[in-house]
Write a protein that binds this ligand. Sequence first.
Ligand code: SF4
Length: 217
Amino acid sequence: MPNPLSSNPPHDCPLCPRLVEFRNYQQSRYPNAHNQPVAEFGDPDGRLLIVGLAPGQRGANSTGRPFTGDYAGKVLYPALLKFGFARGVFAENADDGLELIDCRITNAVRCLPPQNRPTAAEINQCRPFLKASIGTSDRLRVILALGRIAHESVLRCHGHSLAGHPFVHGQNHVIDDKLTLVDSYHCSQYNIFTRRLSVEQFESIVSHCNLILKNII
Ligand code: SF4
């Protein structure tokens, strides 16, 4: 069994039978792709932790790095570069040398789910890894949740009621005396193309996180 204290699952994590079956199918179909649980990426001591939903088929599940290879990364990484949370060039592959500064990225669910929809049981099963990610660093101050599932999983990690902290784009939630949860719509292609979220609105959320870390707000 995986070590529940590790923030990264083993490459053959067996805990979600449906996702393991899908992973095996993907491995046989795309043998050169990553097709494993995706590890978190970035500064292990970063004060900002960004939590997405799950690896995308053409993104992290293919390249092995969160938000790399699909549309969402084209929104996320330029915003991180713009506000000083990344250094280098984002070239949409895991070997581009991009470094995150004071920031880490992970997902609520570490394996590719069919149709990008993990079940409640799979989200629960993967939560100990998210909890370990959150608990890894004493310096963590801000968690940026991309979407409702990430928001709710972070709250459950801390035993907070969902009713007391509804998901609201742009809202802060006090997790404890050191930690603030910030909500954003996911920077997915769907949300951008349907205009639920614009690139400018997403950039202002990243700027907002930056201002919290600078104690300006
Ligand atoms: S989603 Fe998480 S808990 Fe489930 S098999 Fe993958 S790594 Fe393991």
